[in-house]
Ligand binder design. Structure first.
Ligand code: TRP
Length: 450
C-alpha cells in the first residue's frame, strides 16, 4: 500500500505525466467529436464519411433539407447538384439511365428520363449483381401523419411500382406509425388507423399482392424477432452524439425520437424479414425515396458493415413542389398547397387556377412579347412529373418560353392531365377491399424462393 501511495504521489506531482494525461483526454474528446465514437485503443473508427457533416444546420444561402423541413430561397427550387455534393451521393447521369435501360430491357421511366430521380448510392453495384443473376429487394415507406395523401406522396410509390415490374423483385413498404406518434400530437391508435388508410392508397398504385409486404411498425416490430434483433444491433452501433449530428436531436427530445432512426434503418437488412428471405442475410436492398430521407440511410450505410450486412443502395428523388412555388415542398397540413388524392375534378381545377404559381407575365401583351419562364412555373413543373409524352412536354416548354402558350392554357394542360389521373386513382382505391389490405399487411412468404 505504501509503495502504491508513493507511486500515485509521484505521478500526481509529475508535471510531464500530468500534461500527457491531459493531452490524452483532450485527444479522446476530439476523436469523439470527429467520429462520433468513443476512442478504443487498437480499434480504428468505422470507415466511410464521418456522420458529423451534412447535419441539419445550414449555412447562409444554403437550402434546408432534412426529414422534417425542406425550404429554399430560390424560385427554381432546391439546388440538387449542390445537394449531391453536400450529401456525398452520386448523380444519376445519362450513362446510368442508359444502363438501367439495357439491363432491364425497358424504356426508362419518365422520372429517370427527366431527372426527377436524380441521385443515387451504389446503383451500379445493384445492376452488376442483377446482371450476374443475383437478386435484390426494394424497400420504401411512408409516415402516416394523416388520412389525406397528396399527389406528391405518390412519387416514390409510382416509381417503386415501375421498378418492381421491371426487375421482378420483392418489395417491403414500411408505414412508420410509431414515428408519427413520436413526432405529432396524435394518439397511437390514430396513427395506426392512418397507416391502414394510407395502405389503401399505396395498394391503389398497383403493387403485386404476391410480391409486396406492407407493414405498420406498431404491428410488425412486436411480432418479428428478426426485425427487433436488427433494431437493437443498430441501436448498439450508433451513439447519441451521432444522431445529434445527423438529425439535430437535442437533450430535450424524447428518447423515442432518438432511437427511432434504428427502426427506419432495420428494413434495409434482409434478416428483418425471415419469412420472405428465408433467413438469408446477404440480399441487397435498394431504397427509392425522396432525398430528405437520406440522413436515415447515411446512418444505415455506416452501420451495415459493422453488423455484417450489405449497405443498402439508394435512388433519390427531388421534391414535389407546393402549388405556391418550389421554395417548399407540398405539405399535407396546408390544404391550399396540395392536390389531394381525394380532390374532385372541380377542386383540382380551382386549386390550379387559383394557387399554382405562374412563371407567366402580368399581361397577355407582355407574355406574347417576352414569353414565360417554365423553370419557376409550378404547372409546368407538375407536367414534368405527370405528362408521359416527351415530345408534347418539349413543345409546351418551347411554346411557353416563346409566349405562344399562355398561362391559362398551360394550366388547362395540367388540369386535363391531373383530373383523369386522380379519378383513375380513386377508382382503383375503391376496389381495394379490407381483405386485400389485411393480406398485404400479413407477415407471409412472397412469391420468391430464397
Ligand atoms: N420517414 C418516412 C416519412 O416520414 C417514412 C419512411 C420509412 C420511408 N421508411 C422509409 C420513406 C423508406 C422512404 C424510404 O415519410
Amino acid at each position: 500500500v505504501t509503495v502504491l501511495t508513493n507511486f500515485c504521489f509521484l505521478i500526481r506531482n509529475n508535471p510531464d505525466i500530468d500534461a500527457a494525461v491531459q493531452l490524452l483526454v483532450k485527444l479522446k474528446l476530439e476523436y469523439k467529436t470527429a467520429t462520433g465514437q468513443d476512442y478504443k485503443a487498437g480499434c480504428p473508427p468505422s470507415d466511410g464519411p464521418t456522420l458529423q457533416d451534412n447535419g441539419p444546420s445550414v449555412t447562409e444561402g444554403e437550402d434546408l433539407v432534412n426529414p422534417w423541413n425542406v425550404t429554399t430561397t430560390s424560385a427554381k427550387g432546391v439546388d440538387y447538384d449542390k445537394l449531391i455534393v453536400r450529401f456525398g451521393s452520386s448523380k444519376i447521369d445519362q450513362e446510368l439511365v442508359d444502363r438501367i435501360e439495357r439491363v432491364s430491357g425497358q424504356k426508362p421511366h419518365r422520372f429517370l428520363r427527366r431527372g426527377i430521380f436524380f441521385s443515387h448510392r451504389d446503383m451500379h453495384q445493384v445492376l452488376d449483381a442483377y446482371e450476374s443473376k443475383k437478386s435484390f429487394y426494394l424497400y420504401t415507406g411512408r409516415g402516416p401523419s394523416s388520412e389525406a395523401m397528396h399527389v406528391g406522396h405518390l412519387i416514390p410509390f409510382i416509381f417503386t411500382k415501375w421498378l418492381q415490374d421491371v426487375f421482378d423483385v420483392p418489395l417491403v413498404i414500411q408505414l412508420t406509425d410509431d414515428e408519427k406518434y413520436l413526432w405529432k400530437d396524435l394518439s397511437v391508435e390514430e396513427c395506426h388507423r392512418y397507416a391502414v388508410e394510407n395502405a389503401k392508397d399505396i395498394i391503389a398504385c398497383g403493387f403485386d399482392i404476391n410480391k409486396t409486404f406492407i407493414f405498420s411498425d406498431l404491428d410488425y416490430m412486436g411480432s418479428s424477432p428478426g426485425f427487433y434483433r436488427n433494431v437493437v444491433k443498430i441501436q448498439k452501433h450508433v451513439t447519441f452524439n451521432q444522431v445529434k449530428g445527423i438529425f439535430g436531436f437535442t437533450d430535450s427530445d424524447c428518447i423515442g425520437k432518438i432511437s427511432f432512426p434504428a427502426i427506419q434503418a432495420a428494413p434495409s437488412f434482409s434478416t428483418s424479414f425471415p419469412q420472405i428471405f428465408n433467413g438469408r442475410k446477404d440480399v441487397q436492398c435498394l431504397i427509392p425515396c425522396a432525398i430528405d430521407q437520406d440522413p436515415y440511410f447515411r446512418m444505415t450505410r455506416d452501420v451495415a458493415p459493422r453488423i455484417g450486412y450489405p449497405k443498402p443502395a439508394l435512388l433519390h428523388s427531388t421534391f414535389f413542389p407546393a402549388l405556391q412555388g418550389a421554395q417548399s415542398k407540398m405539405s399535407a397540413s396546408d390544404p391550399n398547397s396540395s392536390i389531394f388524392l381525394t380532390d374532385t375534378p372541380k377542386q383540382i381545377k380551382n386549386k390550379i387556377n387559383k394557387h399554382a404559381f405562374s412563371g407567366g407575365k402580368d399581361t397577355i401583351e407582355e407574355h406574347r412579347k417576352y414569353g414565360g419562364d417554365p423553370d419557376v412555373d409550378v404547372s409546368f413543373m407538375y407536367l414534368t412529373f405527370f405528362l408521359e409524352d416527351d415530345e408534347q412536354l418539349d413543345k409546351i416548354r418551347q411554346d411557353y418560353t416563346s409566349g405562344v402558350l399562355l398561362t391559362g392554357e398551360l394550366k388547362k394542360r395540367l388540369i386535363d392531365t391531373l383530373q383523369p389521373m386522380i379519378s383513375a386513382h380513386q377508382q382503383r382505391r375503391k376496389l381495394v377491399t379490407d381483405e386485400m389490405v389485411q393480406q398485404f399487411m400479413t407477415s407471409r412468404p412472397l412469391d420468391f424462393n430464397y
